[in-house]
Design a binder for this molecule. Structure first.
Ligand SMILES: [Zn+2]
Length: 144
């Protein structure tokens, strides 16, 4: 498929302003040009994000979780500015990842008294069902 020619959306925007001001095009046509520029901008944004490895996720959320999300966005925002849903959820994710690293840091190197092997590998799961195995206990401790 041939690639569409790249048109600078900012230039299109400015051209719409100039043409409208000069009376060469009607406000209706200028609006159409601005809309095309906005579409072009969005397409370019999506391309940049895709190249950066950004992925869009769909999230199913019931009314109770929606209410919690709205409450969290408002209450956790700073200076009266609520978080967007994306900012809020990504912040929670980063915070939990920080906590997880910290918890793992405390466990790594500790010796299991049952199998005499250090974490994080430990027995590798051989004693996964044994409550006296430190690996099994640490996995439970890391659960949310
Ligand atoms: Zn063990």
């Amino acid at each position: 498929m041939a690639e569409a020619p790249r048109i600078d959306p900012d230039l299109v925007d400015r051209a719409a302003d100039v043409l409208e001001a000069s009376g060469f095009v009607t406000g209706h046509n200028a609006d159409e040009m601005r809309r095309d520029a906005a579409t072009q901008r969005k397409a370019e944004q999506r391309e940049r994000e895709k190249a950066a490895g950004v992925e869009v996720f769909e999230l199913k959320m019931g009314p109770a979780e929606r209410a919690m999300l709205a409450e969290g966005q408002a209450a956790r925002g700073s200076q009266g500015i609520p978080y967007t849903a994306t900012e809020y959820l990504l912040t929670l994710l980063r915070n939990d990842n920080r906590l997880l690293e910290k918890q793992r840091g405390k466990l790594d190197g500790r010796m299991c008294k049952n199998c005499q092997k250090p974490l994080p590998r430990g027995c590798g799961g051989t004693w996964a069902r044994e409550s006296r195995c430190l690996l099994a206990r640490s996995e439970i401790a890391l659960e949310l």
